[in-house]
Design a protein. Sequence first.
Length: 324
Amino acid sequence: MLRDIAADTCAESQVSLAGASDADVIFTHDPFSTEAALRERRRAQQVWMMCHGVTPIVVYAAWSWGIPEADWRSFLDYPDVRSWIDWELDVWSRADRLLFPCSEATDSFRTIDARFNALADQAYFVLSGAAAPASRVWSGAENAGQRQTGKRVGLYLGSAEPYRGFDALLAAVETLSSNVNLTIAVAGPPPSKVPTHPLIRALGRVEDIAALFASVDFLVNVNRFSLFDLSTIEATEAGKPLLLHSIGGNRAFERLGAGCVMLRDIEPPTIAAGLTHMAAIEEATLLALSRQSRQCWERQLTPRHMWERHLAFYDAAGAERSNG
């Protein structure tokens, strides 16, 4: 499977790679095209890899498409898994620069294999940014979910892949009283894959994410591993409080000052307590968290901020190369 993914990825990137013959830097976004760029580059070219994975690629593939019901620790010693982790470590070590959105995004790699530590210690960090369509304007009082249903509405947005912790969220919801002032809207997984439960509303795939955020009261992110999720950036733009597992890039949102309520782990009692807290807190407190999230986005997470950070990074790299 991974050999097929590698072949497909390299075939898709070949046109771009062939057109980069005069470039000083080839910028890649996965280890497969990075290896191809390293193999085909001219002598003076550098290869920079932006790391988007939440885990080594083989762990993600084996977990998501092989044994999603398993604990990720249970297959790390499989010979094929070890072999592909060795391969990815080699690719990382040969790239000229490794980029992550934030230092916390390296946590999962460090946890899975300590050999990533030295490479992650040398990585560079360029914070992401995002924005909804320009027609969408935050009003500062967007808790339409509560107004429409009479209950607080928490949003789970994403896939049901095992690293996202959707199973842990479902286990937590099963322990809640049916009288709790809460609905969990689930956007992403097909409704057929979402168990029927009085506290859960399955939405399936949602195209208008801005309108979706306007109809809920807070975001729930119970990732087992976290890079720096686009959906969480979008939630800060929408001015939503964040109920987050304190891991990886989720910790960066807390550091940046977003309106966060952090979960120390994703055991069902911990998630259930967090959901109960979000359902019960006063409206003024919820609005204060909303403002924190929106202010965090305005200060640091807009596309303009991301663009300026990238330009500054390129300028610094160019100056370093000129001086070297």
